[in-house]
Design a protein around this ligand. Structure first.
Ligand SMILES: O=C(O)c1cc(C(=O)O)c2c(n1)C(=O)C(=O)c1cc(C(=O)O)[nH]c1-2
Length: 223
């Protein structure tokens, strides 16, 4: 592993949202039903914007080979048919936790701070270079481990959530590993100069801040 890859991996190691106090309480089984439902509802706002930011990234990629690598991220979330995909699985998670899907779709109850954080991520992907956009997705280097811990924590501490609702997290273990592997290969290939490498690191730091700020807002509102 070269120095640049080490520096990239060090960013989420320092500041990924698995370290956030709200997330720690989630994993320790300390969240009330209201807090956990608040997190699920607010995180849906992030989830539904993932394919939008990926469509913005796709539109910057001029090479068909690159678009072929990126395009599956949109169908992973949206599915190829109604009733499939990550967004649908998140709605099922909401239902398993007692939140009607209409409440998730309506967006009512999404906190201003969560909107701000998600807008920040979408805007980075609207205005950033392909290198910055792809680098910002590299928080997912840490996501598969987090998903495994989260599934175990939900099964152990929150039995009132139907385990059928946890498919979103199960699917993300493999998807996150594949996505982060693809994104890392692109970033290592594209960042040829010191200035490029600095921009990639800054974009990843910004993304960590997006996820951290989202949890700050949920923590403040519900705890
Ligand atoms: O639940 C999580 O902790 C978590 C984190 C992240 C992430 O690191 O941004 C993503 C997801 N989930 C996720 O489900 C997902 O689809 C996703 C896409 C991306 C991205 O930046 O392209 N991150 C994430």
């Amino acid at each position: 592993m070269n120095e640049f890859e080490k520096a990239l991996r060090a960013v989420p190691a320092r500041r990924y949202h698995h370290l956030h106090p709200f997330n720690r309480r989630m994993h320790d089984g300390l969240l009330s039903k209201e807090e956990l439902r608040g997190w699920i509802l607010n995180r849906f706002h992030y989830q539904r914007h993932i394919p939008i930011k990926d469509a913005l990234i796709l539109a910057k990629l001029e090479d068909p080979a690159l678009r072929r690598i990126w395009i599956h991220r949109i169908t992973d979330q949206d599915g190829s048919e109604p009733g499939e995909g990550g967004i649908e699985r998140w709605l099922q998670l909401g239902e398993a936790a007692g939140i009607p899907r209409a409440d998730l779709w309506s967006g009512a109850g999404v906190l201003p701070g969560v909107r701000l954080a998600v807008d920040g991520y979408v805007n980075l992907c609207r205005t950033g270079s392909p290198l910055e956009c792809v680098a910002s997705s590299l928080t997912e280097l840490f996501a598969p481990d987090l998903m495994r811990t989260r599934i175990a924590a939900f099964e152990k501490h929150y039995p009132w959530i139907d385990p059928e609702g946890l498919h979103y997290f199960r699917a993300r273990v493999g998807q996150g590993r594949r996505d982060s592997g693809e994104a890392l290969a692109l970033v290592l290939d594209w960042a040829r100069t010191e200035a490029d490498r600095t921009k990639a690191i800054k974009a990843l730091e910004y993304k960590c801040e997006v996820l951290w700020t989202l949890l700050d807002a949920v923590d403040r509102a519900y705890t």
